[in-house]
Design a binder for this molecule. Structure first.
Ligand code: HEM
Length: 457
């Protein structure tokens, strides 16, 4: 695919190593920042398997189709990922497998139908406008955009999936989640070797304090809803009510308290963290690209008030293309992993039982054989009429197949609505001298936040 525009630029990304790293280099990169792991050959070959056959990196669209769709039952989430995703005991939708997963997915799917999501559009617009008003009132023009986007994504959840409110403050929750990710989502030597921990994790005390804040938020959210039901009031039909009403089809019992708590926590966490990161990367890219910033601003000015809010996302093709390009270059879920159960063949290479298979959207989306000028920011690729040239297994910011992100439609809609409102109201300028560095901690965040100066338009 060849698209040439004079407007493209190359945003920061780790320089691929000339040669694959040795054992110690790998361990250091995995601990420091896993997206600094790969070498040139990983961006050029579609399937690489290490000599002992224990690890594979797959960037082959046909292979990705096999892993996530045609032979999905053969690939489970691997133990390392589960340890990092699971702050509390109990399987949630993110971490469950087989029948356990099927039951939860069926239960929660009604919240995420296209009709249901479209019905959220006016509430999302209201939350976005409130976010704009809050930013407008800030006297200090210097902000951490990441914190602000986390607050906004949190408020969107507060008004939609958890419609009678989350039992916590957005800022406090995000700070605790940041501490948690910095400590538990950073691989320790024990995680990498699979040995039982002999030494406490660095920052354990801070980590425990962060977990306590996250647990308290979950408990208070659930308690408030139970009190509402006990008082005889009709609860809103949202994610929490669906979970509270869920019954195990075999036993007829309620779902366990642990599953209820784990899902509530992961919906709050997954529901705002990835969206906040995606929006932050998008606004950063726009701050560096006057051409696309002007196009998004023009579209927002002409469309936001020009028709019913339910149709707003469809009226913003340029804004959508910019968001999709941002998720290509900086996919919040930049590394997905699976463990092969039985032997398989991917791209002509043998995958042994037990092999840890990595599908890294960060590599796939910049793969030299799949994209033209892969490291350049150019939303043209995603404009209507051009986007259909992209192989759907070469672009997977939300995963693909039966375990595709359940919140995909929700996240796309809230992001497009939020971006249009923000672009209409403000221009964001990166703090002069700040060096932007993408850092993977379960989600791809800008290291040290994203310091920006806001200018009212
Ligand atoms: C830009 C925003 C988002 C991105 C990039 C994203 C990305 C992803 C990806 C890649 C997966 C698949 C993981 C895998 O296959 O290993 C996933 C799963 C999931 N996401 Fe998202 N997500 C986003 C927003 C959301 C939101 C808003 C919610 C909830 C409201 C959510 C809830 C979930 C859940 C519960 C799963 C597990 C689904 C399952 O296994 O059945 N995500 N997400």
């Amino acid at each position: 695919m060849t698209i040439a525009t004079a407007t493209a630029f190359r945003p920061p990304a780790p320089q691929p190593h000339e040669k694959p790293l040795g054992l110690f280099g790998r361990i250091a990169a995995l601990r420091r920042n896993p997206i600094e792991l790969w070498a040139r050959e990983h961006y050029e070959s579609r399937v690489t398997v290490n000599r002992s056959g224990t690890r594979a990196l797959v960037s082959d669209p046909a292979g990705i189709r096999r892993i996530f769709v045609d032979n999905a039952a053969n690939y489970y989430k691997d133990d390392l990922q589960l340890r990092m995703l699971r702050p509390s005991p109990g399987n949630d939708l993110l971490t469950a497998e087989a029948d356990d997963w099927r039951l939860q997915r069926r239960l929660l799917a009604p919240m995420f139908t296209p009709r249901q999501i479209a019905a959220f559009a006016p509430v999302m617009a209201e939350a976005a406008q409130q976010g704009v008003e809050l930013l407008r009132r800030r006297e200090d023009r210097h902000i951490d955009l990441l914190q602000e986007m986390a607050r906004l994504a949190f408020e969107m959840l507060n008004h939609t999936l958890f419609s009678s409110g989350l039992g916590c403050d957005a800022g406090e929750f995000h700070r605790a989640l940041t501490d948690y990710l910095n400590i538990y989502a950073r691989m320790s030597l024990w995680d990498l070797t699979g040995l039982p921990p002999l030494l406490p994790r660095r920052g354990q005390r801070k980590g425990r304090a962060a977990l306590a804040v996250l647990d308290k938020a979950v408990n208070e959210t659930i308690d408030a809803r139970r009190k509402l039901i006990a008082a005889g009031r009709t609860p809103p039909r949202d994610v929490l009510t669906l979970l509270l009403e869920a019954r195990d089809p075999d036993t007829g019992h309620d779902i366990s308290e642990a599953v209820l708590r784990a899902n509530t926590g992961s919906f709050i966490g997954a529901g705002h963290e990835n969206t906040a990161n995606g929006l932050t990367w998008t606004l950063y890219l726009l701050s560096q690209s006057p051409y696309w910033r002007n196009r998004v601003e023009t579209e927002a000015e002409s469309e936001v008030d020009a028709g019913p809010l339910e149709t707003l996302p469809d009226r913003l093709p340029v804004t959508k293309a910019v968001l999709e390009e941002a998720l290509r270059l900086y996919p919040p879920a930049s590394i997905l992993t699976r463990k092969a159960i039985a032997a398989d063949e991917i791209g002509g290479k043998l995958i042994q039982p037990g092999t840890m298979v990595t599908i890294a959207p960060f590599v796939l989306h910049r793969h030299r054989t799949l994209w033209d000028r892969p490291d350049e920011f150019d939303p043209t690729r995603f404009l209507p009429g051009i986007r259909n040239r992209i192989d759907r297994f070469a672009y997977i910011p939300f995963g693909i197949g039966p375990r595709v992100c359940i919140g995909m439609g929700f996240a796309q809609q809230e992001s497009v609505v939020a971006l249009a409102h923000l672009a209409r109201a403000f221009r964001f300028e990166l703090k002069p001298g700040h060096r932007v560095r993408p850092m993977h901690r379960i989600s791809l965040r800008p290291h040290g936040g994203m310091p920006m100066i806001i200018h009212t338009r």
